[in-house]
Design a binder for this molecule. Sequence first.
Ligand code: RB5
Length: 141
Amino acid sequence: MKVLIASDHAGYELKEALKEAFAKDFEWVDYGTFSTESVDYPDFAHKLATDVANGSYQYGVLICGTGNGMAMSANKHAGIRAGLCWSKEIAALVRQHNNANILVMPARFIPFETASEIVKTFFSTDFEGGRHQRRIDKINL
Ligand code: RB5
């Protein structure tokens, strides 16, 4: 499966580590950033979210320091459900209940092992539908 991934400078090292750790599981399509030089997270969130929202890709992964800037930016796009995850339990629920199509992680607040568990869980958990679909249908204004 092809999966989009992007980060700002704060998330760059985690992005690179996850790409390597899951190289056999996903075909990563990397939208940057490509170094630890300071950049603006909305530039990367909007580029990635555009291509999930238009159907070019089913899923994306966004990483910044807290995850909040990436989530706030990505969630401006209609049809995007970007969920901030800091544990594998949250990652399971954001798929089961919210049908998240973008996984967001806070690089400065989780160790690599946790990020790795989050990625595994997010991509192996299905949406439950039912009452959760009704709620998702109410998200867009
Ligand atoms: C960068 O210093 C930091 O503000 C950014 O990575 C992110 O945490 C913003 O939400």
